[in-house]
Design a protein around this ligand. Sequence first.
Ligand code: ATP
Ligand code: MG
Length: 328
Amino acid sequence: MPEPILSIRNLSVGFRDTETKEVINVLRDVSIDVPADHILGIVGESGCGKSVTMHTVMGLLPRTAVVTAGQIRYDNRDLLGLNPVQMNEYRGKEIAMIFQEPMTSLNPVYRVGDQIAEMLELHQDISHKDALAEAVRKLELVSIPSPEKVAEQYPHELSGGMRQRVMIAIAMACDPKILIADEPTTALDVTIQAQILALMKALKEKMHSSIILITHDLGVVAEMADEVVVMYAGDVVEKALVVNLFREPSHPYTTGLLKSLPMLHSSDERLYNIVGTVPSPRNFPEACRFAPRCEFVHDRCLVERPRLVRIAPDHEVACWLRVAQGAA
Ligand SMILES: Nc1ncnc2c1ncn2[C@@H]1O[C@H](COP(=O)(O)OP(=O)(O)OP(=O)(O)O)[C@@H](O)[C@H]1O
Ligand SMILES: [Mg+2]
């Protein structure tokens, strides 16, 4: 794998209980590398820590959050060591994010053009008039028809798909090196979803930027990503190039996710469901966090935590089963 431009190393993050003041750990030793010009998918059920990981990268954790360990290196600097003013310079310019809830990140009382212009003015020495003209060009870039007209409109006047294109225009306004897209298409219908994903991929190819794509949907990963990180209950349980992951899924959780993919099954076959649900962080098991749901669980899984081991070039898994099979 080429040299990463973003490197998350052993990141652990918790939240302080406002009453007991106890810190409940959510992420445990998360390590993720993002090379340049690369699409990395992050998958895992709800509550696995995908958004918390990326909010940490963006310096956008709430005040109750505590980073208990780890480093996030970008461009040879530790982002966790930056003060808020320094972080503001990175956010949007070097690393931009499209959030899970589009309407909360578009400001309803500002025209679309002004919102893109604001991003440009924040990071570039540019007049408001020039920024507005540039905003129209950014809308063109995300294939919005009649961009001059849309620049004058308010977010609520646009369809869901158009709003998502505006979000991408804002995120890409300053040509960031990394775009983090947190479930960018879940609220959209399937055809629009495909258009938005294709647009993101086309922009990435044009700008040679990287995308971190968070999704529940392994089908989207197969379509879009070069590499996948599978998260479960705040742990990275498997990392692999997409081809390897689909050819040889190695963590029982990944296998379960793949078996529950509708497109891999004929219509008369019942869809597989991984038994149980992700526990709440208060009840995360100490050793293997997937053990209570795993059909291959054995004694070691309950007492000793499995670490990621390399089982092939560009393929790592954290599971005692693989170690027992001589994977390390
Ligand atoms: N502000 C917060 N205070 C306390 N706990 C939080 C906070 N934000 C997130 N968490 C907890 O952290 C864990 C990870 O949450 P996160 O939002 O990262 O999950 P996710 O993988 O993005 O899920 P989804 O797919 O539903 O978006 C969850 O158990 C969640 O309840
Ligand atoms: Mg999330």
